[in-house]
Design a protein. Structure first.
Lengths: 394, 394
DNA sequence: CTGACTTTCTTCGAGGCTTAGATTATGGTC
DNA sequence: GACCATAATCTAAGCCTCGAAGAAAGTCAG
């Protein structure tokens, strides 16, 4: 058994405070009275608590609204300028650094091209660090108000202070990216898999919004995923859960770049699809090539849909999710034209009872959400009880 | 986002009380002092809380132990006679009803043979109800002390008051077993999939003990499973999660009795293995037949191990579990001789990083644990904050 | 313009909770 | 028998949330 193990009477207030902040953050502006109804807390408690939060400048007033013949209600909202978070997307071709306020409006950006196929860890770290300084300067944010830096990387991030990253596609074998960054900044750092940061973005602001149990698929050049249980990203015992790309669909089948055979990623990512169709394309023109292939009516596409359906069926039977979100540029391209076929293929592989075809939907945020999601990782502790496994912190 | 939403100061005590009971239940007898250390609660709190629990008769003293030259410590333990739970295993060939005390000692049993392939729901319900009365009478338990009846059934149990069960193998299509039982007893009822009740048993008392994230496989005639996240069984949005048997291993492959193709269960359960080997056997002598097949060195066995390895690999990549437990009579038979091969097959399909071959282990409880696990479902609320999705309650 | 009414928000006392520190209980050691 | 060590309980203090009562800030009829 695990130990939820809450303790003192003070944790109680922390928890309730977090709940109230969540209601305010995701439910938009609300009056004290509405908050009381939403959270179940008494009006008295809401009153003292909002008093504290206002004093701390975490929330601010946001206008008034008349009430039928009574005292008008004062609306409250989270103060977007209370703090800022930096989100970083370490991608195949570039490093993107963006500064967000608490409402996740972009305040500044910095992009650095990276020569494909050559991902020197130290260079990447340097890009990130200069980028962080640049966006903070450009965004004109007071020094103490940056809450932290979230970094979405390919591959698996090991738990631990060094932020060890293993990413086959980058040729990274236990690269201590966390330590490299730690040496150059004193801001709080959070590292996580890019597919998970993107999943977090879809969960908070996109198609996953409001769901407690969901699977979010990121189909780009390769395939990644995020599993949501109980409204939170599930990371497993060693932060490596949710590797949907290496779900087996045909045991002993096509070789995958991970070294094994028959993984979903051996059939589904843009790279695998193009290879299977015999199309040559380097990562720069994958997008155009995939679009052409889709138009051409190649049988490879039909096979791909079938295999995706089989994979989704496995996910349905294992997780019984409320929703399945397909994202990533290739996923959106495929799903944009073939969502009906994908749903049908899934249904064909799945017992009717637990599966609703309409639960398979497309992502709403586009492929740029990795940095956004990485920034939310920095914000998340605000709204949580922190009694959950968190991404690696360096 | 989900809403942990704890509220009043009273929930706090309930939570701490549950934590303390858990420590006592799973950690065996302990002194107040040890409890204080284990739970992190102050000695004073432990003192008042144990006072309450003693007054309520939930715990009892269990002897003394000298301490180096000081006041001897008084040991406390959960009172096994505080209450009793009935566990029911609705199996293919029989209905087993067993009465347990809080320490999960069996106090009485009643078994009812069921003619194979004919599972009249009303008959099953009648067997259960007579069985419940019989074991309570035989166990000589005071009327008010039976805490409830837990029932492990094949197939999927829908959430809701009627306890709707869907079990293809029984030909049950939305059978309201909960309602049928409700009509015949006023005891609290809990229904869940038999693979999950067994998983719960392994989690609490068997090979899964102490793990927070685990996958427990039940391989019998068919294949079922239990997924454990955060120390609790994960049930998904509609109680249907963890259907490991319908994980795809070869998309478009062999037909499964669920109607789809390529499921793990189309290759792995005793039924599927024997079919693939061309052995005729009805459910009564499946066990002997499988044993013979294993001795014979049939190539089917090697294939089976490979496919099991592929399936486990999928589970590793999705859940990153701390441990994988293989249980069920066929699973134990297979794993008993071929555990090394199974581990190797899994490793061959899996990236080295997140997977430790030794994390695949055999179950420790044998196939009789379904009823035991069902009874624990009745006990579980005692130790929990109940703010988690629970099995269907009728 | 005034007074009644409505609705929102704040204040206050009560009841609970956990904690730290003092106190009592219970044994051994010299 | 004096002294010490450890275990368990008692007491006072500080938080927390809640319900009820009161204050605030409008509307609306006459």
């Amino acid at each position: 058994m695990s130990t939820p193990g809450r303790k003192t009477v003070r944790d109680l207030r922390r928890g309730n405070r977090a709940m109230l902040l969540r209601a305010l953050y995701f439910g938009g502006p609300a009056s004290r009275n509405e908050l009381s109804a939403q959270t179940g807390l008494s009006a008295a408690t809401v009153s003292t608590m909002t008093g504290d939060l206002l004093a701390d400048n975490v929330i601010v007033e946001a206008g008034q609204v008349d009430s039928d013949g009574g005292r008008p209600r004062v609306l409250l909202k989270v103060n977007p300028a209370y703090g800022y978070a930096v989100g970083v997307d370490v991608g195949e071709t570039q490093v993107k650094v963006e500064l967000f306020d608490l409402e996740m409006n972009v305040r500044a950006r910095a992009h650095y091209a990276v020569r494909s196929a050559k991902h020197d860890p130290e260079l990447v770290a340097r890009h990130i660090l200069t980028g962080v300084d640049a966006v903070i300067a450009e965004g004109e944010v007071p020094a103490g108000q940056v809450l932290g830096v979230g970094v979405g990387v390919p591959g698996i991030v090991e738990p631990g202070a060094d932020g060890l990253v293993r990413a086959k596609t980058f040729g990274w074998e236990a690269v201590p990216l966390g330590a490299l960054l730690r040496a150059g900044t004193s801001l709080p750092l959070v590292l996580d898999n890019g597919a998970k940061t993107m999943g977090q973005a879809e969960l908070w602001f996109g198609s996953g919004r409001g769901t407690g149990d969901a699977v979010i698929l990121l189909v780009g050049s390769g395939v990644g995923g995020t599993i949501v249980t109980g409204g939170r990203i599930y990371r497993g015992a060693g932060m490596a859960a949710g590797e949907v790309g290496h779900l087996k669909v045909i045991a002993g089948g096509r070789a995958c770049r991970c070294g094994a055979r028959g993984c979903l990623e051996a059939y589904l990512g843009a790279e695998a699809i193009l290879e299977r169709a015999g199309v040559e394309a380097d990562s720069a023109d994958e997008e155009a090539a995939l679009a052409r292939l889709l138009e051409s009516g190649s049988p490879v596409i039909g096979e791909t849909v079938d295999l995706l359906g089989a994979g989704l069926s496995s996910l349905v039977h294992l997780f019984n999710p409320e929703r399945i979100v397909i994202g990533g540029w290739a996923g959106l391209m495929l799903g944009g034209r073939l969502l009906g076929e994908i749903r049908a293929a899934t249904a064909a592989n799945t017992q009717a009872q637990p599966f609703q075809p309409e639960s398979v939907v497309l992502g709403r945020l586009g492929p740029d959400a990795v940095a956004l999601g990485a920034a939310t990782l920095v914000i998340e502790p605000f709204f949580g009880d922190a009694a959950y496994p968190s991404p690696a912190i360096a």
